[in-house]
Design a protein around this ligand. Structure first.
Ligand SMILES: [Zn+2]
Length: 144
């Protein structure tokens, strides 16, 4: 198994690149765009930070009335689907009403190669921003 980072890298897409920031999209290995991670690595006022965005979801897949294999293609499937969709939303509303919040979660699955690429992308972005920060510091000192 190759553990070297790739270029172009599987699962890591460079969306935007500026002197002081880099933006990436990290894909889930399942291919669902709802599972992807958005990353921004930036340097501002000499401080390098990584920002991570994910789309969190309720447990809407939980089935009050389980859909069985034999249900597919029959009218019962649509009835069960509708009941599950409605009860899922009622659970969310009930949670907000009684507790004031909703529990949500998010996960993104990276395969072995994507994991290496992910680490490498972060490592490289920080290194490049450190170089940019150093250039800015030198420019600031020469102005004084
Ligand atoms: Zn996924």
């Amino acid at each position: 198994m190759n553990l070297d980072p790739q270029n172009p890298a599987q699962g890591i897409m460079l969306d935007q690149e500026f002197d002081n920031a880099k933006f990436y999209t990290v894909s889930c290995s399942c291919g669902n765009p709802n599972d992807q991670i958005k990353l921004e690595i930036e340097v501002e006022d000499g401080v390098i930070t990584t920002h991570v965005w994910t789309k969190v979801k309720t447990d809407r897949w939980r089935q009050t009335w389980p859909i069985m294999d034999r249900d597919y293609g029959s009218w019962l499937y649509y009835i069960k689907y509708l009941i599950n969709a409605v009860t899922s939303r009622i659970r969310v509303i009930w949670s907000v009403l009684t507790r004031g919040y909703v529990e949500m979660e998010s996960w993104t699955i990276l395969n072995e190669q994507q994991s290496v690429n992910f680490a490498w992308a972060l490592h490289n972005a920080v290194k490049e921003l450190q170089a940019h920060r150093q250039t800015q510091e030198v420019l600031t000192k020469t102005k004084k």
